[in-house]
Design a binder for this molecule. Structure first.
Ligand code: SF4
Length: 369
């Protein structure tokens, strides 16, 4: 698995030498460090570094001018769960074939935001008005992997501490790494959730390059559960192939024979999907990829997916495999419409609000009382 030790170069703003995040990266042994004065000089440095390193070997430390805290934008025509997102950076050390970040071909380097006091300020504004009877799910792994280099940045433990006083906020750190040892001794965990994206060994080997192996992720989840964290798992993207059912059910069996079932608060299911244009980007980066060879069709949001009946069959199979081991976690679908939800769960969520309500009250009554 790739880690912060594999970083080859770090670009940092000269004016931010004393910034907490910058200082932490400057302590790394090994990378080439280059300062910049302004955006013009940063761009010049990037052009030079591009000749030597690949995009995922370079960390760019930079203040972020956009919004740190937002509600997941979802997708047109699908039932969303009103998940809130904290943006801590952009891009990732790992190199998943299917990663939507590959669409941003022109962006170079892994952006690590430095002005985190602004992030905490935005979170404070949100927390000021929350309803104590409602459950909020917030996570930081949308545009990056939450934990891939968290032992360096320590953003995870700071965010955990920020949410601890609010037991009704379930803060999720989502990862494909096993980089959790630095979090295990945290005493005040509040309602923190450590979450892993899981896939079959075959799919990890083919499509999730440089990330932790399956047994490493499961081992890390086992340790996290023992340390007292809530756990969550994301089977997303589910990628089918000959005998996929056997492999996914075996994966679920392996998972639940290792982790404490009572700690698992939610499980998401999502079939592989991609936006128009993504196929060309993918072919350029991974010419031998086989991901898009399956028959896939555009849906209401323009994204290509397996046929609806196939997706329903996949979700029913996954749900039935999970139910052999536990009925406790809230299982939800990512980026699916009302009809698929209804066919799989016999539930009718005609709005994101309806799903968020059901999800939140279930978590409150099952895990937070
Ligand atoms: S771990 Fe997530 S963010 Fe990183 S490359 Fe894979 S899909 Fe993209």
């Amino acid at each position: 698995m790739k880690s912060a030790n594999d970083i080859k170069a770090v670009l940092f703003n000269e004016k931010e030498k004393d910034n907490d995040i910058t200082r932490r990266f400057l302590q790394l042994k090994g990378p080439y460090f280059q300062s910049y004065k302004d955006d013009e000089e940063l761009n010049y440095n990037i052009i030079n570094l591009k000749k030597i390193y690949n995009s995922k070997e370079v960390i760019i430390l930079k203040a972020f001018k956009g919004r740190f805290f937002q509600t997941c934008p979802g997708s047109r025509g699908v039932t969303c769960c009103n998940y809130r997102i904290v943006n801590t950076g952009f891009n990732c050390l790992f190199d998943c074939t299917y990663c939507f970040l590959n669409s941003y071909l022109n962006s170079f380097g892994i952006l690590q935001f430095t002005n985190l006091e602004e992030m905490y300020r935005e979170i404070d504004i949100f927390l000021k008005d929350i309803d104590p009877d409602y459950v909020y799910r917030i996570g930081s792994g949308e545009f990056t992997d939450s934990l891939m280099m968290d032992n360096v940045t320590r953003i995870g433990e700071n965010l955990i501490a920020k949410f601890v006083p609010h037991g009704n906020v379930m803060f999720e750190l989502k990862t494909k790494s096993d980089n959790i040892d630095h979090l295990l001794s945290i005493k005040e965990k509040g309602s923190t959730v450590l979450a892993w994206s899981l896939n079959t060994e075959r799919n990890i080997e083919r499509y999730e390059h440089e990330s932790a192996l399956l047994h490493e992720r499961i081992e890390a989840a086992k340790k996290a559960g023992k340390a007292g964290f809530f756990l969550a798992f994301h089977f997303d993207p589910i990628i089918i192939y000959d005998k996929w059912e056997e492999d996914y059910c075996e994966l679920i069996r392996r998972l639940f024979s290792n982790v404490g079932r009572d700690k698992v608060v939610w499980i998401s299911l999502g079939c592989f999907r991609y936006s128009p244009g993504f196929k060309d980007v993918l072919r350029e980066k991974f010419p031998d990829e086989e991901l898009t060879l399956e028959e896939m069709f555009p849906g209401i949001d323009g994204k290509y997916r397996y046929l609806k009946n196939k997706r329903i069959e996949i979700y029913r199979t996954m749900k039935s495999c999970i139910s052999k081991y536990t009925d406790k976690p809230f299982i939800y679908l990512c980026m699916e419409g009302v009809d698929v939800w209804h066919s799989v769960f016999n539930k009718y969520y005609d709005s994101s609000f309806a799903l968020e309500n059901d999800f939140g009250f279930y978590l409150r009554d099952t895990f937070l009382k």
